[in-house]
Design a protein around this ligand. Sequence first.
Ligand code: NOJ
Length: 552
Amino acid sequence: MNKDLLWWQKTIAYEIYVNSYMDSDGDGYGDINGIRSKLKYLQELNVGAVWLTPVYASPMVDNGYDVSDYYSIDPRYGTMEDMEALIAEAKSMGIRIVMDLVVNHTSDQCEWFRQSRQSKDNGYSNWYIWRDALPDGSAPNNWRSIFGGSAWTWSEERGQYYLHTFAVEQPDLNWANPEVRQAVYDIARFWLDKGIGGFRMDAIPYIKKPDELARGVPDGADGMVSIHDMTCNTDGILDYLREFKQNVTAGKDVFTVGEANGVGPDDLQHWTGSNGVFDMIFEFSHMNLEFKGAEVWYKTDHWTLKDLKRALGESQAATACNGWYPIYFENHDKPRSVNHYFGDDVDPVLASKAMAAILLTLRGTPFIYQGEELGMTNVRWDSIDDYNDIDSIGQYREALQNGLSHEAAMECVHRFSRDNARTPMQWDGSANAGFTSGTPWLPVNSNYRNVNADAQNRDTDSVLSWYRRLAQLRCGNDVLLYGSYRELFENSDSIYAFVREDGVDKIVTAVNFSGCEQSCGLDVVEVLLSSYPGGAIPGKLRPFEAVVARVR
Ligand code: NOJ
């Protein structure tokens, strides 16, 4: 058994969507000092690494994922002194701060882009991806951006089109230019020197574009093709990323986790592990069960538990001997896991506990997303105007353009809107869930009087208490860190179960995803946890029950 795991493999990580975590100054937006006030809460969850969504200066078209200055903190979030204090205080409590490195693109307000768009021959002219119009004046090709609409926008000033994988205000950097790559390394080193614990690398599979930016076969009524299908994981990308590793993180006691939608389990061995470019990657096969290829919300498929089991099993297998896996079921771009994996009608407490049991006992580093530990759920707002998320608005338009009714398009928004996960953190039962004394930038989920950290802190059967118990279990049982993974009851359509074993100890997690009681024969030595108050029933799993047990 390999007992050489590093700190970030043994820890529990936690993602904070900064806008929505804790507001310290009453402006309605979460901020760095708000996070500082919650470090104790994180410590009590056994969290050792906190990934912050971007806090750099930004016009906030995409809530910080449009960076205008990588060397300063946005005033909405605080000051550089606040950030340095957060890094230091967290470290003294055993928590490393992990920053979001957003370098596929910048904001169109970034100085580099302002200069680049001025002419075809300035010092930054080759820092972005510029192309002439086609003879009829139209865009260079038919690529659709991920947020909808053409991936090309015309600049009157420069007389050319620029490429943007995401919003118009998020122009893509030209990684083929060595000066761009050096600038990225400088930014990363600047923050590492401040003592952070690593980076989450945003939208990383898109950084390398194919040599020829060719038209693609249209995949929708708009005659366009998703840019994802044309640029994701292009050959040669790993050369850039290897260079990043050599220049930035090699030999440092930090970790990197790439956001790699479209890089599947088969690629994990090249992207992570001893010869890989990152320590971990967030791959999306278990998150995108209903999507074939690119994520277009109005085009979804039915999925079954077996699909989920297959996806989780594949990533476990791919990192069994080499590489390491970040286990996650939520982030700020996805619906709440309770609704996603169990639907809207299942008791959210049981559903949350079931997902948590899997999250904290699979092999890898668990990433809890803020509020997941409380069982926070999706929201359903009536009008598209109620939504802040730029992606929801783009996807809604795409759906209408492709013939869906308003009602059907809104149904997609309800299911997949990124705002589902972005409503403010529910701290207590007071006004605005204790998140802000002002007006929250996004409405609080109306269930906050029942679902909040304060109430759950006092309830030993709550989702939060369950998380704390699971976190302690994970930290106190070596087999959950070092042990191998093997699936049980593979043919079951209702049960997901697996054993972690290390030759000395064996711990099984078994979850009933169905509303019917299931028999589940295991040679149990000791039931460690059951999600039903009062404990487990031998040989059975009640509807949506999760059990963690030591077995022979
Ligand atoms: C992925 C981020 O998680 C998402 O929130 C953002 O909109 C895009 N990348 C663009 O940066």
